[in-house]
Design a protein around this ligand. Structure first.
Ligand code: FE2
Length: 424
């Protein structure tokens, strides 16, 4: 007897099977004849583990236009604008916006989020707000928080103390922004200090690292070395790494093995970085995305992150990790079938690995969280940004949506124009 059976779905690896759920866990993956409280017919549909976003800013989300828009479209104006907003925003507003986003995300099958939370505010109201949100969404979203000194660990006079306070309050991961410190030397020193804090406290590290078009922004090198020195392999990520796009190829040929050897993961954020980078260029204009395929070829774990939805840095976004992977696929030119399928894997399994999620995936004993998509396989899911027909979190159905063709068909015409399961 099962609480729930998802019947006849196609897994990302192509297997067609039933999934039995009991007590919030996956208890069977095989053909099932047993009874269940509810049976979901997923025949012909893709059944995937939930989407995971390893890089987001929940404290700033859905604040677009407050108190004004980012006129230059640059990272630096965004930081300045957020600095104005955080003086006037209330804790209650931050909680309300974050909860609205979480509901939106969950309906799109995004059930685990790593969110940076700004610690450059002596009141730490954003930290208080996000801890409250983490508690409120825990039954359907796994929220991991990063203590993020947005204005620089050393550049902001109280950032160091406030970042430690945030960690004491229960924030999960150590963050930083070395390329925003006043000097390269201060940036490197911040990386060393933040890795020391993480090593002392047994925490993970995720730094905004080298989010710049400056090829001399090389803090990832220090991050890799400090990861190696402290034995933090597998617990450290460098977010963005956009300067690598502009680095000299000889230097990168030395850097990539160093990152791989250290066990540092990379989190490029294609939607925001194709928008922000290259703003100081005329033409040719650099794309500003880090070297995704090249890192993967060296065995480095790479996931796609979202970063922003309607905030001081990015005016669009929906919480859809298929949009993130779709943009990443284009900008990184990951167009072969294997590479496209890998992009789907990046917003599911690779991101879960980066966040260290326990019980993630489609296997017996895993947490019963999954998404039924209106697609035949991962590539089709990307092509269509397919509807999330059913979202199950921790054993409960939390969201349902209609098929796209039902919504888009022309009266009197066949309703199967958008979807085609197999490449002929
Ligand atoms: Fe970010």
């Amino acid at each position: 007897m099962f609480d729930l059976i998802v019947k006849g779905g196609t897994l990302p690896d192509g297997r067609v099977t039933d999934i039995g759920i009991r007590g919030g866990k996956i208890t069977a993956i095989e053909t099932l004849e047993a009874q269940a409280g509810e049976v979901i017919d997923a025949t012909g549909d893709l059944v995937a583990p939930p989407f995971v976003d390893p890089h987001f800013h929940l404290d700033a989300t859905l604040s677009y236009g407050k108190p004004r828009i980012n006129a230059s479209g640059t990272l630096l104006e965004g930081i300045g604008l957020w600095g104005e907003l955080k003086q006037i925003v209330t804790q209650e507003e931050m909680v309300a916006r974050a909860l609205e986003y979480c509901d939106w995300a969950a309906s799109l099958g995004l059930l685990a989020i790593r969110s940076h939370v700004d610690t450059c505010d002596d009141t730490l109201k954003g930290v208080e707000a996000m801890l409250e949100v983490r508690e409120k969404v825990k039954n359907y979203i796994d929220l991991q928080l990063v203590a993020f000194p947005q204005d620089g660990l050393y550049r902001d006079p109280t950032a160091h103390a406030n970042t430690l306070r945030a960690l004491d309050m229960g924030v999960d991961v150590v963050g930083g922004i070395p390329h925003f410190e006043r000097t390269m030397a201060d940036g490197a020193a911040s990386v060393r200090e933040l890795c020391q804090i993480a090593a002392d406290r047994g925490l993970m590290v995720d730094l905004h690292c080298d989010e710049s078009d400056d090829p001399h922004s090389r803090h990832i090198e220090t991050l890799a070395q400090e990861t190696h020195r402290h034995g933090l392999s597998g617990r450290v990520a460098g977010s963005h790494l956009t300067s690598m796009h502009s680095m000299d190829n000889y230097y990168v040929s030395k850097l990539l093995p160093l990152i791989a050897e250290a066990g540092v993961a990379a989190i490029p954020n294609p939607l925001i970085n194709i928008m922000l980078q290259g703003r100081h260029d005329t033409f040719p204009k650099r794309r500003g995305l880090t070297r995704v395929k090249e890192m993967q070829a060296h065995g480095i774990t790479v996931g796609w992150g979202q970063d922003c939805v309607r905030d001081p840095w990015y005016s669009l976004g929906t919480g859809d990790m298929l949009d993130v992977a779709f943009m990443g696929l284009h900008v990184a030119q990951m167009s072969s079938p294997d590479e496209m399928a890998r992009c789907f894997d990046m917003v599911t399994n690779q991101n879960a690995k980066i966040m260290g999620l326990e019980g993630y995936g489609l296997h017996v004993g895993a947490q019963a969280s999954l998404v039924v998509l209106d697609a035949g396989d991962p590539i089709e899911a990307l092509r269509l940004r397919a509807a999330r027909l059913c979202v199950i979190s921790k054993g409960r159905v939390i969201s349902r949506a209609p098929r796209m063709d039902a919504a888009l068909s022309i009266p009197g015409r066949p309703a199967s124009v958008r979807r085609r399961h197999k490449v002929d």
